[in-house]
Structures are given as structure tokens and as C-alpha cells.
Design a protein around this ligand. Sequence first.
Ligand code: B12
Ligand code: SF4
Length: 444
Amino acid sequence: MIVLIAGPGKPPRSTQGLGLPYLAAVLEEAGVKVKIFDLYPPSEDTDNPDVLDQRLADEIAQEQPALVGVTIHTPFYVERVRLAKYLRKRLPDTLLVAGGHHPSAEPADLLQCSEYDVCVIGEGEETLLEIAEFVEKGKKQRAADWLGNIRGVVYKQGSRIVQNPTRPPVLDLDTLPFPSHHLLGLENYAPNSNLGIKSQGILTYRGCPMRCAFCLNPQGQRVRRRSPPRVADEMMQVVERFGVRGFNFYDNLFGLNRKHATAVCEEILVRRLDVEWDCWTAGSLVDAELAEKMKKAGCVRVGFGAESGDDEVLERSHRALTASQHQEGIKILKAMGLKVDAFFMIGLPGESEQSVRRTVEFAKSCTADEVFLSIHRPYPGTAVWRNPKAYGVKIVRGPDFQAYLETENLSRAAIWEQARWAGEELKRCGIKSDFLRCDRYAWE
Ligand code: B12
Ligand code: SF4
């Protein structure tokens, strides 16, 4: 038995990642028994995450799994390290494997500072399967003896950290089974707030050719596309098996390959799938023809990563898209009657009072239905994190990968001040707007 953990969150939650359902599908296909814990076991009496983690560890210990795999995102570093401590106490011989964005960026630190035995770098399907084949054969003892043969892992060998050669990403995504959604317990999930109905994540491709300096992009730059019929088959299966007709396309940029995105929409239309979905895009990747197909195929909302209204700020982050392309893109989507939520970050390299003003002017005039602002948080593994000087910024690091960024023109306090002003200005002008992800740390 293998247990996989993401989040976890307290029910009800509305959004599930695809990482663990994909990993579980590959394991299940190979005959391995898998459980996913994406939500905490019901606990009416407490919201204390420390207690919830202990109860989760108790419940997992009853399964006596040979391996526990945990997804870690940087903002939850402390919580996942704590979870590993509880798991280790109850399961001294179980292999603890970490995967996802944070372990891919900082594997050595994680192994040194926690109970995790192994970090899987990048896409985990093939790597986890190979590890599982060993542990299922009862070889979890002396793992360091066989881990040396597995590509894409970093692991502890005594006090040494060993980094194996990297593993190329899965080239033919059509060879992967459909994600094991049945392991998520969909009855415990709430309707998705963007769609108003229950929904599932879905991918039509992996990878991103862009090099945004603030992004980790562990899927790599090589874009790999699924065949449109296979995407539609997966949607049909979700509708038929789970009665869920809402979908969230997690593609980094819907329309990146217009022909492929169009073919996906056409496949949904040909099969007359009664589905509603949302997706993410930016710039003018979606033209009027594709927008019309999207609308007909059930798209109701588009999350739009504009990031900044200032071309110099966009260029400094190698965003490779201009403010006028973003304007054009939003105009096209709106003209087709799609709901557009535009997302901006304040405090990117090159940010100044003037550039924040440009962003606010952009947000006021772009006609998006709702505007979301956040203060940029630098993450390990990104180009900005690795080489702040090259971007003209200073990264102030606290404990546990908590960090903030200052630009040549704006201190931390000034960035907050600008963000506050931007929010008030948008409200004053009647623009529906909200703040997201603005981390304040105890040590600041
Ligand atoms: C859907 C989503 C969510 C969902 C589901 C989260 C989840 N459990 O995956 C919700 C809404 C809950 C969510 C929440 C958050 N998210 Co989110 N989310 C996403 C999104 C849009 C898609 C994730 C996805 O399904 N990808 C597709 C799958 C196939 O890829 P994957 O998840 O990377 O998984 C593969 C590998 O990473 C690896 N892998 C992953 N986990 C594991 C575990 C093991 C054991 C192994 C071996 C391998 C492995 O194998 C998988 C299959 O190939 C991504 C953006 C993106 N493009 O990835 C952001 C993203 C992952 N989220 C992010 C963040 C910051 C968050 C939050 C911290 C936000 C916040 N401040 O609250 C929270 C953290 C939640 C938590 N408790 O840990 C960041 C992560 C940045 C970082 N460096 O850590 C991303 C990259 C967005 C961004 N660019 O800012 N998120
Ligand atoms: S932010 Fe989006 S467009 Fe930029 S590299 Fe990351 S995934 Fe690609």
C-alpha cells in the first residue's frame, strides 16, 4: 500500500490538483494499492493544523503503508516538515518521499532538515513507479542501496546527499492513464466558485516554452500535447463516472498552440459534451475564432495572467508578452461574452511608483470582470531567486524559505503602500477587485 498526501485541507474544498491523481493512476495501473489524502479526516472539534496533522498521521499509520508520498508547495514548507515528523514517529520503516514544486527546487535542504528520505524532481509518474516497485517487493530497508539506480531522485545516504541524473519528462502524454479521480472522495468537495458547479482539473498539455523569471516551471520548457480525442475521452469519463460536468483546464496558457486548443474545443463540440469550464491564458494567444470555439465548447471564465501593465516590468521578468497584447486578448475574450478575471502582481523586478500607476490604469481600462492583485513572493528555483542582482532586485530571506523582494525603486514598505493604494484606487473607480497572496511574516 502506498499513501499519497496533497494539501491537505479541511473539507469542504473545491479544487483538487492533478499531481496525485496522475501518480496514483500510474501506480494503480501497475497493480499497486494506493490511497490519497487530500483532505483531513473529519474533525469537528478543532481547526488546529498541528492536531489535524497528528490525526492524519494516526489514520495513515493504520494502513501501514510501505511508502508515503507528500506534495510540498513552498508556502507550506513548515507544515509538511512537521507532518513528516509525525509520520516518522508512527512509521519508522516507511519510505517518506517528497515531490512537487518545493522539493524539486530545494531537495538537499529538505532532506537535511526533515524526515523525508527521498525527493522526486519534476514529473513524478515514472520515478515514483520505479521506487514503488522496489518498496512493494519489501526492499524499503536499505533504500540507499537501490535508489542509486533511479533517475530523477535526490536522497540521503548516511549523512551524504546524493543527486542522481535527471529524468526526461514523459514525452507521449497519451501513454499516461487518466488521473485516478475516484481516490479523491469527490462527495466531500464543494462546487467550484468560478463555475458554480463541482469541477475537476484537466490538462491538454504540459510544459511551457516561456522563461518568466518569477516562475519555477517544473514541467520544463518542452511542450508536450495530449491528443484532443484523449482529452475529450477523459472529460466524458469524469461526467459519466462522477456526474461532474465542470472542468478547470490547468494548462499554463490556453491557446499557446492555437491549432491544438482549437482542436480540443472542436472535439468537445463534435461529441456534444454538456460541460462548463474555465482556463488560464495571457496576451493575445486566443484570437476571435478560438474564443468563439471556446465559448461554444462550454468555456465560461478565463483567468488572465496580465501580471503588470508596464512593458518594462514585463520585459525585465522575461514575460515575453506586452501590455497591449494583454489588452487585445482581454478585449477578444470579453467580446465573445466570456467572464475574464485579470491577475496582477505588484513588486516584480523593475517595479516603481510609475509602473504601479500603469498597472492600475491598465486594470481600470482593460474591461476585465474582476481584478486580482497580489504582492509578488519570490520562490526558490526561480531565476529571480537564483540571481536577484541580474534582475536589479534584493531578496530578503527569512526562515523556512519565507522571502520578500525589494526593487531599485521600492522598499518592502513602499511595495505594500503601493499595493494598498492600487487596491483603494480600483475600488474608488468601481472596479471589482480583490487581494490575493500577500504574505506578511512574523520576522519582518
Ligand atoms: C490546482 C492548483 C492548486 C490547487 C490544488 C493544489 C495541489 N494539491 O496540487 C489548490 C487551489 C488547492 C492550490 C493551492 C495552493 N497552491 Co497551487 N496550483 C495549482 C496549479 C494551477 C495546478 C497544479 C496541478 O495540478 N498541476 C498539474 C500536475 C500534473 O502537476 P504537479 O501538481 O506539478 O504534479 C507533478 C509533479 O510536481 C510531481 N509531484 C507533485 N507532487 C508529488 C508528490 C510526490 C510524492 C511525487 C513523487 C511527485 C509529485 O509529479 C506530478 C505528476 O507529474 C499550479 C500551477 C501549475 N501549473 O502547476 C499551482 C501551484 C502549484 N500552486 C502554487 C501555490 C503557491 C499554492 C498555494 C501555496 C497558494 C497559497 N498561498 O495558498 C496553495 C498550497 C496548497 C497546499 N496546501 O499545499 C504554486 C507553487 C509554487 C511553489 N514554488 O511552491 C503554483 C506552481 C502556482 C504558481 N505559479 O504560483 N493550488
Ligand atoms: S509564468 Fe506561465 S507563461 Fe511564464 S514560464 Fe511560468 S508557466 Fe510559462
